[in-house]
Design a protein around this ligand. Structure first.
Ligand SMILES: C[S@@+](CC[C@H](N)C(=O)[O-])C[C@H]1O[C@@H](n2cnc3c(N)ncnc32)[C@H](O)[C@@H]1O
Length: 299
């Protein structure tokens, strides 16, 4: 499977054990191996692998053992620890869960249309046509392209704006898929036909079962592989950050640090949107809950 195909496949993977990934059974993973593996995963990605994720870790990294021809988890970890950046990247990509879809949790895109963009229009009337949105943990791109569709459909004069949607993810495969903007018909099947016709181009010949996003959407997006645990190169402030279904993988201390950094990089009164099962309860007092997993920065 190509890297991009692997990423598309993981985009539909809920990260539970009941999926169709090839399950290698020939390696043994001791308790000590699992402890070492989860410590490396935590160090490198911030992701906290609970005991219930043991089978998932076994499957995902068992595939790496197979691909590299390394015979044990212990030897594989030594290989990574010795400094093999290419395999460290594959390791990282293997342990991320990339489940996403277009207009997932649609109420967030309605909030963008009905609240964030009218506020941006009010700012524009005062001469400030800058708009910055960050899709942090964008996976294969369905989230930022849904944002771009909402921008294009709501702000008819967007060409006159300085508007950008920054798309970042730790996983290098998913960022490539995001950049390519090519999706199977299955991934766009829930998009209403009119919207689909307007913003996606159907492939021909061997690409008949795929669609490509319109350049009008793509030109609003910038892409960067970025580990949220590392330094961020962005200088300006954001008006809105989507960080949905990402912090659920981090423990509370890691969430606290990350959310504090989000508050710092948001403009005054900026918004942070989390996923349906995430919350800032016991994580940050710098935001006010103003909607369904929608937060406004207070200070
Ligand atoms: C479940 S997906 C969520 C995709 C999208 N935000 C959504 O809700 O549909 C979580 C994404 O977070 C990314 N991720 C996990 N840890 C990360 C980290 N430390 N830095 C950046 N991205 C990370 C994963 O690679 C994955 O693509």
């Amino acid at each position: 499977m190509s890297n991009q195909a692997a990423a598309s496949s993981r985009a539909g993977d809920a990260g539970n054990d009941a999926n169709n990934e090839d399950t290698p059974r020939e390696f043994s993973m001791s308790d000590r191996d699992f402890e070492r593996i989860r410590s490396v995963i935590k160090d490198v990605t911030g992701i906290n692998m609970s005991d219930s994720k043991r089978q998932l870790v076994y499957r995902r990294l068992g595939s790496r053992l197979k691909a590299t021809g390394i015979g044990s988890f212990q030897a594989y970890l030594d290989h990574i620890r010795e400094g093999n950046p290419a395999e460290l990247e594959q390791f990282t990509n293997a342990v991320t869960t990339n489940l996403t879809s277009f207009f997932r949790e649609n109420h967030h895109f309605q909030f963008l249309e009905k609240t964030v963009l009218p506020e941006a229009v009010a700012r524009a009337a005062r001469g400030d046509k800058r708009l910055r949105i960050w899709s942090a943990g964008c996976s294969t791109g369905e989230e930022p392209y849904s944002i771009a569709i909402t921008l294009r459909e709501t702000l008819k004069d967007i060409a006159q704006w300085d508007a950008k949607v920054l798309c970042t993810d730790l996983d290098s495969d998913v960022i490539e898929t995001c950049k390519a903007g090519i999706y199977s018909m299955q991934r766009v099947e829930k998009i209403p036909p009119e919207r689909l016709r307007r913003w996606f181009k159907k492939g021909r010949g061997s690409d008949e079962e795929r669609v490509k996003v319109s350049p009008q959407l793509r030109e609003l997006l910038t892409f960067k592989q970025l580990n949220l645990m590392h330094d961020w190169p962005m200088k300006g402030r954001f008006h809105l950050i989507f960080c949905r279904n990402v912090i659920i993988y981090f423990d509370k201390p890691t969430q606290r640090v990350l959310i504090d950094r989000y508050a710092d990089i948001l403009a005054d009164g900026g918004y942070l949107i989390l996923g349906h099962s995430e919350s800032l309860f016991n994580v940050s007092d710098r935001f006010k809950l103003i909607g369904n997993t929608i937060y406004r920065k207070t200070h």
